[in-house]
Design a protein around this ligand. Structure first.
Ligand code: HEC
Length: 107
């Protein structure tokens, strides 16, 4: 009985560790920090826009995930939007874009 309980309790934890499609909780914190401070230096600390356009949920509504993902990964040539592929991996970029599309609360 005790053993079954231990197995059941450890299942959700193993799921989180095994799922590589989302960054770890620690990394998520770092990514949100980057969003505010690095992306925010051009897009505004509250992502309402600055040198770069607003990255709020409203501003991104209707823009395809793939477009936003490629924008962050490769940047926009001949504009200040830099490529982030050297600093962020695919999983991290997709997670960040998903946060933006869902609207980041107090980034
Ligand atoms: C050096 C300034 C700068 C930094 C830093 C920067 N951006 Fe940008 N970004 C821009 C500019 C300028 C544009 C508009 C490019 C254009 O005119 O095509 C842009 C465009 C975008 C777009 C497309 C928006 C749209 O509505 O089409 C996204 C998404 C985006 N940036 C996300 C990010 C993210 C996420 C980060 C941080 C990882 C980031 N940017 C960091 C300047 C920056």
């Amino acid at each position: 009985m005790f053993l079954i309980l231990i197995v059941l309790l450890s299942l959700p934890v193993m799921d989180v560790v095994a799922d590589s499609s989302i960054p770890t909780a620690k990394r998520q914190g770092e990514l949100l920090h980057l969003l505010r401070h690095d992306c925010g230096s051009c897009h505004g600390m509250t992502l309402q826009g600055g040198l770069g356009p607003a990255l709020t949920q409203e501003a991104l509504a209707g823009k395809p995930m793939e477009y936003l993902y490629l924008t962050v990964r490769d940047g926009h040539p001949d504009t200040p939007m830099p490529p982030w592929r050297g600093l962020l991996d695919d999983t991290e970029i997709r997670w960040l874009v998903t946060q933006l599309m869902q609207g980041v609360q107090n980034p």
